[in-house]
Design a protein around this ligand. Structure first.
Ligand SMILES: *Cc1c(COP(=O)(O)O)cnc(C)c1O
Length: 396
C-alpha cells in the first residue's frame, strides 16, 4: 500500500508549479547559450534573462536595473549586508533583530568579528520589534538597518513601512544615509510586495519558497544605493553578483512569481482557512498547548504550536511515520539540542520552546489533509506525554 504523504513544511521549501517546470525545460537543452555570449545562442538567453528581470521589476514596483539575480536568498542577504558595509569603508554600526534568519544573523556576527558594531533589537511576545527601540538605538555611524519582513518560524511581520518612514525623516540630516534592507523571503509570493510602498533600499526574495525552483534568489537594490560586490569575476549582474546566469532558474523564478502574484488573494484565503482549522482543532482536542505569536500580524501560511512536556523532534518523527511532514522550532546540532533563537526571543520557556512544531501551508494543501492531521495528532501527543517523566509527575 502506498503511504499517504502530507507536506506541511512549505516554509522550508515548496514544490515547483507544473507550469514553471514546463517553462524552464527548454532552457536546459534548447536555449542554453551563455547570456554573456555575443552570438545567437547567447543573445537568446540574454533576452529571456532581461525579460524575466522586467517581469519581476514590474511585479514589485521596481526598475529592471534594480533587480539582481543571485544563487539563493542566503547569498542575496549576504550581498545586501556585506556589500553596503564594504561601500561605507569604515567601522559601521548595523541594526538587526534577534529573530532574523541565520543568513542575516551569521552575516552580522561575521561583521562583528571584523570590528563592526551590531545591535539586535528585541521582539515582544508576538515576535514584533518596537520601532521606537530601533530609532533609539541609532548611532552616528549606523549605516544599515536589516529587519526581516516576516519570520520563517512563527510568521510574525515587522513594521517595515513605519521603520522606513522614521528613517527617511532622520536621513534628511545625515551625512551618510542609513540604508534599510528587509529579508522578504517569507512574504514574497504570499502578500503583495511593493518596494516603493515599503520604502526599503534593499529587499531579498527566494524563488523556492513560492513554488519556484531552488537555487535562485533576487536582490532588489534601489538606484543610488552605495554597494560593492563581495565576490569577484565577470560583469554579470552589473558585477554585483558575478557568475554565469542560471537561465532556467531565472525564467522559473519570474514565472513562479507571476503565478503567485496572480493568485495572491485566493491562496492567502485558502491557507488562512487551513491554519484556522488546524489551530482550532488542536486547541479543542489537546490540552497544554500554546499557539505561538498568535495575533493579527501573522502570516497565514505558518502555524507554530508548542506542545508542553514533549520534545518537538520526537513528535516530528512520529508524524513522519504517519506520513506528515512538519518542522520543529529547534536548531538541532550534532551534540546539543538548543531551543530556537526565535522561540527563546519571544519569551518561551525552554520546555515550551523544545515542544514547538511549525506547520506551514501552501495552496496545494487541503482541508482533508488537515482532518487527517487532526485525527492522528492528539493520540501521538498523548502517547509521547505518557513517556515523559515531567508530564507524569504533573498529571498522574
Ligand atoms: C529560506 C529563507 C532564507 C534562505 O533562503 P535560501 O534561498 O534557501 O538561501 C532566508 N531567510 C528566510 C526568512 C527564509 O525563510
Amino acid at each position: 500500500m502506498k503511504r499517504r504523504r502530507i507536506y506541511l513544511d512549505n516554509s522550508a521549501t515548496t514544490s515547483v508549479y507544473p507550469e514553471v517546470k514546463k517553462n524552464m525545460q527548454k532552457y536546459f537543452s534548447k536555449i542554453y547559450g551563455n547570456a554573456s555570449s555575443l552570438h545567437y545562442f547567447g543573445r537568446q538567453s540574454k533576452i529571456v534573462v532581461e525579460n524575466s528581470r522586467i517581469q519581476i521589476a514590474k511585479l514589485i514596483n521596481a526598475n529592471p536595473n534594480e533587480i539582481f539575480f543571485t544563487s539563493c536568498g542566503t547569498e542575496a542577504n549576504n550581498i545586501a549586508i556585506l556589500g553596503v558595509i564594504q561601500a561605507y569603508g569604515s567601522i559601521g554600526h548595523v541594526i538587526s533583530s534577534s529573530i532574523e534568519h541565520h543568513s542575516v544573523l551569521h552575516t552580522c556576527e561575521y561583521l562583528n568579528k571584523s570590528g563592526h558594531i551590531i545591535t539586535y533589537i528585541k521582539v515582544d511576545k508576538h515576535g514584533i520589534i518596537s520601532v521606537k527601540d530601533l530609532i533609539n538605538s541609532l548611532r552616528d555611524n549606523t549605516i544599515l538597518v536589516t529587519i526581516m519582513h516576516a519570520n520563517n518560524e512563527i510568521g510574525s511581520m515587522q513594521p517595515i513601512e513605519d521603520i522606513a518612514h522614521e528613517l527617511s525623516k532622520i536621513n534628511k540630516n545625515r551625512k551618510h544615509k542609513i540604508y534599510l534592507h528587509t529579508d522578504s523571503i517569507q512574504t514574497a509570493g504570499k502578500i503583495k510586495i511593493d518596494v516603493k510602498q515599503l520604502g526599503v533600499d534593499l529587499l531579498t526574495i527566494s524563488a523556492h519558497k513560492f513554488n519556484g525552483p531552488k537555487g535562485i534568489g533576487i536582490l532588489y537594490i534601489k538606484n543610488g544605493t552605495k554597494i560593492l560586490p563581495i565576490t569577484f569575476g565577470g560583469h554579470h549582474e552589473s558585477a554585483i553578483r558575478p557568475g554565469t546566469e542560471n537561465v532556467p532558474c531565472i525564467v522559473g523564478c519570474a514565472k513562479a512569481y507571476e503565478i503567485a502574484s496572480e493568485n495572491l488573494n485566493e491562496h492567502y484565503e485558502h491557507v488562512s482557512k487551513l491554519r484556522q482549522k488546524l489551530k482550532e482543532g488542536i486547541l479543542n482536542t489537546i490540552p497544554d498547548v500554546k499557539i505561538n505569536a498568535d495575533n493579527s500580524h501573522i502570516l497565514s501560511h505558518i502555524l507554530n504550536v508548542s506542545f508542553k512536556y514533549i520534545e518537538g523532534e520526537s513528535l516530528l518523527l512520529m508524524l513522519d511515520m504517519k506520513g506528515i511532514a512538519v518542522s520543529t522550532g529547534s536548531a538541532c546540532t550534532s551534540d546539543t539540542l538548543s531551543p530556537s533563537h526565535v522561540l527563546t526571543a519571544i519569551g518561551l520557556s525552554p520546555i515550551l520552546a523544545r515542544g514547538a512544531i511549525r506547520f506551514s501551508f501552501t495552496y496545494q494543501n487541503t482541508i482533508t489533509e488537515i482532518d487527517y492531521v487532526l485525527s492522528v495528532l492528539p493520540h501521538l501527543v498523548n502517547d509521547l506525554r505518557l513517556m515523559s517523566p515531567i508530564w507524569r509527575s504533573n498529571k498522574l
